[in-house]
Design a protein around this ligand. Sequence first.
Ligand SMILES: Cc1ncc(COP(=O)(O)O)c(C=O)c1O
Length: 378
Amino acid sequence: MSNFEPFTESIYVTRPVFPKIEEVTKKLEDIWLAKWLTNNGPQHYMLEKELTEYLKVPYLSLFNNGTIALIVACQSLRLQGDVITTPFTFAATPHVLSWNNIQPIFCDVDEETMNIDAEKIESMITPHTSAILAVHVFGTPCDTEKIQEVADRYGLKVIYDAAHAFGVEIDGQGIGNFGDISMLSFHATKLYHTVEGGALVHKDEHLKARIDLLKNFGIKNEDEVVMPGINGKLNEVSAAIGRIMLNYVEGERKKRIRLHEIYNEELGEVEGIKLMPKCGENKKLNYQYYVIRIDEKIFGKSRDEVYDEFKNYNVFTRKYFHPLCSEFTCYRQLNSSSPENLPVANVVGKQVLSMPMYGELSEDDVRKICGILKSMKK
Ligand SMILES: Cc1ncc(COP(=O)(O)O)c(C=O)c1O
């Protein structure tokens, strides 16, 4: 152990942003007055409108969570066969393909951004491929230009899992403007949340009509059910909280920018620690996560050792994303899951560590966390 005392209160990788309780109570009173709890109520209507503007996108459909939204995205584009995706993501990404009877085909990731390696996608395409499902991992935008270029050449659809990318922009354009559809997650642990919730973002009025039918059991009107839909509706309480949270997101982002700066300052010179990827000036990021990579050979300790040692100080980091999706028992038998196909992802998955990051974390706490980490170096 070093000279650092353990934190008296546990430090977790993140903490949800809580709005002021009075604001929630006021909105609940509005809902009670309207006597409308779910099924496209006034809060839902207003939140769709407000988010469409905030995210600078043409159309947006709210959902009860990001996973159901992504399942519906695949249905709405009638995807089938194989979809090329990344193994370095949350379980939901390949699982939504399986729930649509689609086989995930894992493509390796880029060493710097940890996103799908756009240069390698073409080599994975076969006559069975119907789409590319890319993830803006930790809010770092994918190479949207290259992905679109390959997709156009082969007539493939592009879906982005933008669960981490709320408010991210490229050249002043909302991240939801790229590809055919993007999915956002509004889970409580995200920068912006509706407790649980999500959305699909897209550019086509007809697609919105189809998505809105699919998320409501395919019910067109009292007399017609036109497709096998699902229940993807966001309720009024979540929608109301989402409206309140829109006033908090920029403040929370600013606090996290400051904490990012401190992590960069403290860890920038530490050999064996790689910091978050640098993005070009033309990108607006959301600073939701702070992720490092530990090179055991240089740092002298493995990511797993660092993760375990942090617990002695009451600091709970996360091995985010480990295991790789290609290592899950349900996917490891796929040809594309072989480590030879995924050399970069297999290294990144063993090195990556998500550090504590939330607005309420103090600057001193971040400096102490960095001090503890530096003291572990051999
Ligand atoms: C990359 C990614 N995709 C999908 C999801 C699923 O979103 P949700 O939890 O809203 O269903 C998450 C969730 O946290 C995620 O991190």
